[in-house]
Design a protein around this ligand. Structure first.
Ligand code: BGP
Length: 493
């Protein structure tokens, strides 16, 4: 569809940015916070900094919210750290933990910024893993239920938009990267039992939100990577569909329909997999009606057929930030991912493909007909201050402008999109490359070496905030409700 006008965004559209507790807060030993599994996982990414200090949002949150308000934010998506709220296996709720989030939420509300809150973003308390068995155990469902009940009862008067679990699909599809597969002896089968337990946690949260939060809305947060067939060779189309099923569609179908699809059931049967469904589980899943999809999307992928006798290979992510260090997966008899000759790549070999965002919105709307908000999208880069202490991130402006334009075209196409919250507001810790891989509109003036040294010395670096060029650009765009593009659109339509 071609339009003779720039896209228009609905009134009341949520413009903001996004973060996660373990990547932004720091303060891991403060406020009575307990240890989390991600504290341990983040130490395996050395020489990059772990999450001990991160962006030190724990001490800078008021300053950060003031910057958000200056930028013109109407929303901010962040997560609550379960180990800050229920730090130990005695199950006591931490008054200090609640006080921290109450203060953050109050600050946002006072500045007219809608809090959009993720309940779980990879930071399970260590006691849940060690004493209950973590995602491998059904005991965890009860612990999660208790935790989310506390969250809804405490914050539900001010927080109306809730997100259940961040990127469940990615946690399962790439189990080793975030440590979910730790301790599993047969990941091929175990992943489906773990996935089922996470689905029950998600469903529990959905129902409790509707019961406890007046006017509350809740949705899941799939990590989405739109997948194209490499060619019009028919088996490449099947390969793209297979890749889509095994990395995202199985999860989205379950969230939207409250039951497992025929596709995944057939897969389990053919592979002798028992996902551990017990009486009552399917009723619980069916009863949990989501209100919207929160969607994380940074890139697209391209799939090609992989014959049954192809040599299998797992996904080796680029962990260096030097182009050409990524190895795509090969799943014999299903698909392989390959480079797309039509798009550019970031230094981490992520496809730069704004049009995929429009495609994704259309795809999700056609399949599920539920409102959508973007909760992550953004450009990770190596960045340094120039001689004047400024950061000129034109590449990020270009990336965001093109992506938002495509999102707007999807709105024009008839998709119901309610917000855009790119990753991230300040620089923060990446999942694998410390603070070296920066996403922020605001620079946090600290390096991985400085964070490592400060942690060892027991000191706190200043973590000064410096607005990047993208801050001013984004501010103009959002204050004009998506009309002041501040430059040429290259993927227009
Ligand atoms: C998403 C996660 C975020 C964030 C982002 C960027 O999948 O939800 O937590 O980290 O990816 O990824 P990375 O930090 O690896 O660049």
């Amino acid at each position: 569809m071609h339009y003779d006008h720039d896209p228009r965004f609905p009134e009341g559209f949520f413009w903001g940015a996004s973060s996660a507790a373990w990547q932004v807060e720091g303060g891991v030993n403060e406020g009575g916070r307990g240890v989390s599994i991600i504290d341990i996982n983040s130490k395996t990414k050395k020489p990059f900094a772990d999450n001990f200090i991160a962006a030190d949002h724990y001490h800078h949150f008021k300053e950060d919210v003031a910057f958000m308000a200056e930028c013109g934010f109407t929303s901010y998506r962040f997560s609550l750290a379960w180990p800050r709220i229920i730090p130990a296996s005695d199950g006591k709720v931490s008054a200090e933990g609640l006080a921290f989030y109450n203060a953050l939420i109050d600050e946002l509300v006072a500045h007219g910024i809608e809090p959009i809150v993720t309940l779980y973003h990879y930071d399970m308390p260590l006691w849940v893993e060690e004493e209950l068995g973590g995602w491998k155990s059904r005991e965890t469902i009860k612990a999660f239920e208790r935790y989310v009940r506390v969250c809804f009862e405490t914050f539900g008067d001010r927080v109306k938009y809730w997100l259940s679990i961040n990127e469940q699909n990615m946690q399962i599809a790439y189990g080793d990267w975030l440590g979910v597969s730790k301790g599993c002896t047969d990941w091929f089968r175990d992943q489906w039992r773990i996935n089922h337990i996470i689905n029950l946690c998600h469903a529990t949260a959905v129902n409790l939100c509707h019961e406890l939060v007046p006017g509350g809305k809740i949705g899941p947060v799939p990590g989405m990577v739109p997948i194209y067939p490499y060619s019009c060779e028919p088996m490449d189309q099947i390969a793209a569909m297979n890749a889509e099923e095994f990395t995202e569609k199985i999860w989205n179908d379950t969230y939207a329909h409250g039951e497992y699809s025929e596709f995944v059931r057939a897969y389990w049967e053919n592979n002798d997999i028992d996902p551990g469904i017990e009486p009552g589980d399917e009723e619980l899943m069916k009863s949990a009606k989501i209100d919207f999809f929160a969607i994380n999307c940074y890139r697209s992928n391209t799939a090609k057929w992989a014959p049954a006798d192809a040599k299998p290979h797992s996904y080796d992510l680029n962990k260096t930030g030097e182009k050409g260090n990524l190895v795509f997966p090969v799943v014999p008899g299903a698909y392989q991912l390959v480079y797309n000759p039509h798009v550019e790549y970031t230094d981490w070999d992520w496809e730069i493909d704004p049009v995929s965002l429009r495609y994704l919105m259309r795809y999700m709307w056609d399949h599920y007909h539920l409102p959508m908000m973007i909760t992550e999208n953004g450009f990770g880069a190596h960045e340094h201050k120039d001689a004047n202490g400024e950061i000129h991130d034109q590449y990020r402006i270009d990336f965001l402008r093109e992506n938002i334009y495509q999102l707007g075209l999807a709105v024009e196409d008839g998709c119901e999109v309610i917000g855009y919250n790119p990753w991230s507001f300040t620089d923060l810790l990446s999942t694998g490359n410390g603070i070296e891989k920066r996403y922020g509109l605001v620079y946090v003036d600290v390096t991985d070496d400085e964070l490592n040294e400060a942690e060892a010395a027991g000191t706190l670096p200043p973590c000064k905030r410096i607005k990047k060029d993208s801050f001013a650009w984004y501010s103009k765009l959002i204050k004009s409700n998506g009309q002041d593009w501040g430059g040429e659109i290259t993927h227009g339509c």
